[in-house]
Write a protein that binds this ligand. Structure first.
Ligand code: HMG
Ligand code: MG
Length: 302
């Protein structure tokens, strides 16, 4: 087994996490969360998205949030851009990386971004071209790579098809996302192997929602294939508004605890990360959705 010795985590809590909150979270709270994440040692943070405010009202404050973040050298700030309109708005805020987001399932593509997979690629192509010309990195999120809320199981060939299309338009790296958290280790490995037909292992990240409690196991399964980039959400925030019932990403705290326990470096200070998760969870009026965070907080209180 070629388990990596170092892992890079992208915290997607401010975006994937907070996009799904019913009550508005003020920009100042989102900014403070980003600050706390960078203080905890996160080197990549997915801050917001430039999508229709009618579709996702929670991300309507994208400019305010990006402007308010006091950026730290060595930290990359990424944002989602589904089309040129989103890109043109995003570029004013100087993101380090933009993310186009497609789906391995046709039905989810329609529900999430209102177009087919082929149409989505047509929309992404000019976005990718413009970003690369401007020196902005480009990532492609691939949703529903193991299961879809509307189509059920997704075959690895569908993942390979999407990965090939993403590669064809110049996307530099991709996320293998289990949007609804139905993946189990072997299925997730099949989705990653399908992606490997078009992208090298260094250009693949795992993005696992924890709806069915499989995300840590899936993370380990991905590590076994050599994947060393992962997305996770502080306090396990989130879900996708177009994947009903799906809960948040695997909690960053849980991933960090597992990795450190395996002797894998992340550069993240778990205590400060727990503080960041407690900050946003307190604001939202609930406990962090992270077993590790709750254990650490209980231990501190005791
Ligand atoms: P559409 O209706 O097909 O777009 O939506 P349109 O071009 O026909 O425009 C319709 C209206 O939206 C117009 O406004 C446009 O100006 C506006 P109106 O004239 O009606 O007032 N519009 C925009 N406004 C702001 N920013 C934009 C933009 N584009 C058009 N970029 C669209 C297409 C993609 C915009 C829409 O479907 C949308 O916003 N969808 C939201 C998708 C989303 O944010 N989903 C959640 C994130 S994805 C996710 O969570 C999965 C991930 O985590 C991986 C995983 O777990 O699987 C990444
Ligand atoms: Mg997601």
């Amino acid at each position: 087994m070629n388990i990596p010795q170092r892992v890079k985590l992208i915290d997607v809590g401010p975006r994937d996490g907070l996009q799904n909150e019913k009550t508005p979270v003020p920009a100042a709270v989102k900014i403070e969360l980003v600050h706390r994440l960078q203080q905890a040692g996160l080197k990549e943070i997915e801050v917001t998205s430039y999508v229709s405010p009618k579709w996702v009202p929670q991300m309507a404050d994208n400019h305010e949030v990006m402007e308010g973040v006091a950026r730290q050298a060595g930290v990359a700030y990424s944002v989602l851009t589904p089309n040129l309109k989103g890109y043109e708005a995003a570029v004013l805020d100087k993101p380090d990386e933009i993310v186009v987001f497609g789906s391995a399932s046709e039905a989810f593509s329609q529900k999430n971004i209102n177009c087919s997979i082929a149409e989505s690629i047509e929309r992404f192509a000019p976005v990718v071209e413009a970003a690369l010309a401007a020196g902005i990195a480009v990532r492609g999120a691939m949703s529903c790579t193991v299961g879809c809320p509307y189509e059920g199981d997704i075959a690895p060939q569908q993942v390979a098809y999407l990965a090939g299309l993403m590669k064809g338009i110049g996307v530099q790296r991709v996320d293998v996302a289990d949007t609804i958290g139905v993946g189990t280790p072997r299925k997730v490995q099949r989705a990653i192997e399908a992606t490997l037909q078009h992208f090298g292992i260094d250009a693949i990240s795992g993005h696992f929602h924890d709806t069915y409690g499989q995300a840590l196991s899936n993370t380990l399964a991905a590590l076994e294939l050599g994947v060393w980039n992962f997305q996770a959400s502080v306090a396990g925030l989130g879900g996708c508004p177009y994947a009903k019932g799906a809960t948040g990403n695997v909690a960053t705290e849980d991933v960090v605890f597992m990795l450190h326990g395996m002797g894998i470096e992340t550069g993240i200070d778990l205590d400060k990360l727990v503080d960041a998760g407690a900050y946003i969870s307190d604001y939202l009026g609930r406990k962090p959705n992270s077993r590790v965070a709750v254990a650490v907080l209980n231990k501190r209180a005791g």
